[in-house]
Write a new protein. Structure first.
Length: 223
């Protein structure tokens, strides 16, 4: 899996930086999507666990309008069943999965400060890389790299539907994030000629300190 992820990342890098192998890249990307789907414990979009059922019953108690005609409308149209039915459950699940997928904390901070009780979250990338990550995303959006952006959207859609219960994490996103970070570093490096020397030194020192802190944090968690 590790070698396959590296291979996919290299192909994606050629697509973004060199505009080559775009057709060849689709094959490992589709394989990664299938592996992510097959190795993930699928979460029902409709079925509620015991705690969710309890919360639902508590919410239903608040659907008691004081106005007589409003109560009649609620009863005749069965609005409570609609507002708290399967449609609402599916909508909430999709929203939750979607925002978990695009949450940078999942990838750079091990889920902190919104840790998920059921997930064995780990820091996929050093937190100091979050700035070049957003820089790369910004420039890729401006340059309209449609193949990359399409892969990003397809991956987000997949996780929105199947959820995140996978011991390996959202590994289909890893090649995309690595390329975004590399692209961001390249753009930041190109901006160096527009910055004063003192500012460059300050950025270099600050980045070095952050990387050192990140390494110390990694060893602290490991031991």
């Amino acid at each position: 899996m590790f070698i396959f992820l590296i291979f996919t990342t290299l192909l994606l890098g050629f697509v973004v930086f060199e505009k080559k192998y775009s057709n060849l890249y689709l094959i490992p990307f589709l394989i990664l999507l299938i592996l992510q789907w097959k190795t993930t414990t699928l979460q029902s979009l409709i079925q509620l666990d015991n705690d969710e059922q309890r919360i639902k019953q508590e919410r239903i108690k608040f659907y008691a309008p004081s106005e007589h005609y409003v109560r009649v409308i609620f009863k005749r149209l069965a609005l409570v069943n609609f507002l708290e039915g399967d449609f609402n459950t599916v909508s909430n699940r999709l929203q939750r999965n979607f925002f978990e997928t695009i949450d940078p904390n999942v990838y750079f901070f091990g889920g902190h400060p919104r840790e998920r009780v059921w997930a064995d979250d780990f820091e996929k990338f050093p937190f100091v890389f979050i700035f070049p990550f957003f820089t790369g995303l910004y420039y890729l959006l401006i340059q309209k790299k449609w193949l990359f952006l399409g892969s990003f959207c397809i991956s987000i859609f997949l996780f929105s539907v199947i959820g995140h219960k996978n011991s390996l994490g959202p590994f289909v996103m890893f090649p995309l994030i690595v390329v975004l970070i590399a692209f961001g570093f390249m753009k930041l490096f190109n901006l160096r000629k527009y910055l004063p020397r003192k500012v460059l030194k300050l950025i270099l020192i600050s980045t070095s300190i952050l990387i050192l802190l990140s390494i110390i944090q990694t060893f602290a968690y490991a031991y």
